[in-house]
Design a binder for this molecule. Structure first.
Ligand code: AGP
Length: 610
């Protein structure tokens, strides 16, 4: 939600900031703006709508200066208008601030500041924070004023502030929203909400911790805590490739990321699978080997697509490691009274590692002292750093708002995690070897499905006019039905509902008519016959069915209206194949309906607010 970027150095700041915002556009696209400082003067330009509007505006407003801050917005407080766009400024046009997060007590602060004579021009919580800093910014340096203001704030922020009074300085702070400092060289810095704007400038980064404030000047950088303790930060090296964050000739990031999935599996398995002995070597798991031996219950927590991956993980773990496992949605878990004990482990799953509800759930679990394990894609993200141990997904940067390759990477990690747990608890070598062998065969099988892209596009053409869809599956593939429906909803705005196929007859079957089609995931697995009965129930009511089944099974050719075939694999791994046609199907439907595939309306990639 929202992205901020700041630059201080000897280059022109505007192109650096605009390139950074472009890379983070998936975080929000309601409006964008920047403020550039030049010898004590400031110019700020803000435009509602997509970043392109700001780009166009800058063609007529040339701005020079080597210090600047920029913002891409996903609106929380105040409509997405020019005036509500960031940066926000104080009463004297001296202070400029960009902010990702929510100031929860902004109303009370606003009243107090209004009484003191501050005037507000926007409906945003961020403007209030700008005036609060102004109130403290009397005869003290900017960083001290920011520090004092933030001590009054309840809420979450990743922010950057610049001032015409100290034009060669940027102050940045974080609490609850990510912020990364890239060190280009001494006196040249870039800060951003994620690593993608930084990659083309430097690989040396500092992940700011909660309640830390960084001050950047040509003389160097300095990091202190909100209570003014000096911090000796750890400088990390990011190994992500700039090319991975580019479209590389594809029309959309989503299709590029779908096509990358064979590689995602390979990268996730590399160095972790031991096929000869049927075992998985997950560093983070081995570190906590003893603690895992005592675990009697696992709770897996995530949001959205990651939560559907967890549903598959739940079935894998229970079937192959025999540990009772429950899936919890982050936004629910954090406000319940979860009953945890020393024999409970919490597994946290997230692409971004910055999802606010998932982070809050992790912190609740840690407060109760349970073992925590993360399955996370973004290296160095908040979740990755706060779990006791974990396994990176290794899917590379995922830019499209609709998650595809990260979902597959999560399933890959769950399979490895299950193997590691299972072997610790009596899974036979033979079973382990079978899982390992099938995992290694996945990239080719996924590739074979991807090669059916044109056929799937033709099928999508038939279905693109419908406004309603059911997605149905059982056991491992119920979660895939959820994920398939989720993909269709978020990028094509079609009403799609997922059901466990056997549940349909308890009510939803009444919806079947000629305006509804059903996507049925019916691989030849242990529930195949049951699934086929449900398919027949739909056909008996003249419902239209698109079936996903196993190659070689032609029993559905006459029953379903269309059939897509996926290669055979172990039942626990079928989701890693059955989801691929559903991703492609949703993608083509969205393109055919002329939707903004990579940046669907009302959404943002990283949900860093509640
Ligand atoms: C995925 O297509 C969605 N955009 C969304 O549901 C996402 O999976 C969810 O917000 C969780 O994100 P995370 O994996 O970064 O925590």
């Amino acid at each position: 939600m929202c992205g901020i970027v700041g630059y201080l150095g000897n280059k022109e700041a505007t192109p650096v900031i605009m390139e950074g915002l472009k890379r983070m556009e998936y975080r929000g696209y309601d409006s964008a703006g920047l403020a550039i400082l030049d010898k004590g003067k400031v110019k700020s330009v803000k435009k509602a709508g997509k970043l392109q509007n700001l780009t166009d505006e800058l063609k007529t407003h040339k701005i020079t200066g080597q210090v600047g801050i920029g913002h891409i917005r996903w609106a929380t407080h105040g409509a997405p208008t020019d005036v509500n766009a960031h940066p926000h400024n104080d009463c004297h046009n001296e202070l400029y601030l960009v902010h990702n997060g929510i100031i929860e007590n902004y109303q009370a602060l606003k009243e107090k500041l209004a009484k003191a004579g501050h005037e507000f021009n926007t409906e945003t919580d961020t403007e209030v924070l700008t005036h609060l800093i102004e109130m403290y910014y009397q005869d003290i340096p900017l960083e001290e004023a920011v520090q004092q203001a933030l001590n009054d704030v309840v809420g979450a922020y990743g922010l950057a502030v610049a001032s015409t009074r100290e034009p060669e300085k940027i102050v940045a702070a974080r609490l609850g929203s990510p912020l990364i400092l890239g060190i280009i060289e001494k006196g040249e810095y870039i800060i951003a909400s994620d690593v993608t704007p930084i990659l083309s400038h430097t690989r040396e980064v500092i992940y700011l911790e909660e309640r830390e404030i960084a001050t950047l000047t040509p003389e160097g950088y300095n990091i202190r805590t909100l209570d003014n303790k000096k911090v000796e930060p750890k400088v990390d090296n990011v190994d992500w490739d700039v090319d991975q964050a580019e479209k590389l000739g594809y029309p959309h990031f989503m299709i590029k990321e779908i096509m990358e999935q064979p590689q995602v599996i390979k990268d996730g398995l590399r160095g972790r699978l031991e096929p000869e002995i049927g075992a998985a070597h997950l560093g983070g798991f081995i570190e906590q080997d003893k603690r895992w031996r005592d675990i009697e219950r696992i709770i897996v927590i995530a949001c959205g697509t990651a939560a559907y991956a967890c549903m598959v993980g739940e079935y894998m773990i229970e079937e192959y490691a025999g540990i009772p496992t429950e899936v919890e949605i982050g936004s629910e878990f954090r406000y319940r009274q979860p009953v945890l004990n020393e024999k409970t482990a919490v597994v946290i799953v997230s692409q971004s590692g910055e999802t606010a509800d998932t982070i809050a759930s992790l912190r609740e679990a840690k407060r109760q002292n349970v073992l925590t394990f993360g399955i996370v894609n973004v290296v160095g993200s908040t979740l990755a750093r706060e779990v006791d141990a974990g396994a990176y997904i290794h899917a590379g940067p995922e830019v499209a708002v609709a998650s595809t390759k990260a979902f597959l990477g999560m399933l890959n990690m769950f399979a490895l995690f299950t193997l590691a747990l299972g072997r610790q608890r009596g899974m036979s070598v033979v079973t382990g070897q079978r899982i390992a062998k099938e995992l290694l065969a996945l990239p080719d099988k996924i590739q074979a499905i991807l090669e059916k892209n044109d056929d799937i596009k033709k099928i999508a053409e038939k279905y693109s006019k419908y406004e309603h869809a059911f997605y149905l599956g059982r056991k491992y593939n119920f979660a895939v039905a959820e994920e398939g429906a989720h993909k269709l909803k978020e990028i094509s705005y079609v009403h799609a509902e997922a059901y466990p196929a056997g549940e349909l007859k308890h009510g939803a079957l009444a919806l079947i008519d000629d305006r509804f089609y059903s996507v049925m995931i019916v691989p030849e697995d242990s529930v195949y016959e049951k699934n086929v009965s449900n398919l027949e129930e739909i056909k008996a009511r003249s419902g239209v069915v698109l079936a996903i089944t196993t190659e070689g099974n032609h029993a559905l050719d006459d029953k379903a209206d269309d059939v897509i075939y996926i290669p055979k694999t172990l039942e626990m791994l079928t989701p890693l194949l059955s989801v691929i046609p559903l991703q492609l199907f949703a993608y083509h439907i969205a393109v055919l309906r002329d939707c903004d595939v990579d940046q669907p309306r009302n959404l943002a990639k990283s949900v860093t607010v509640e």
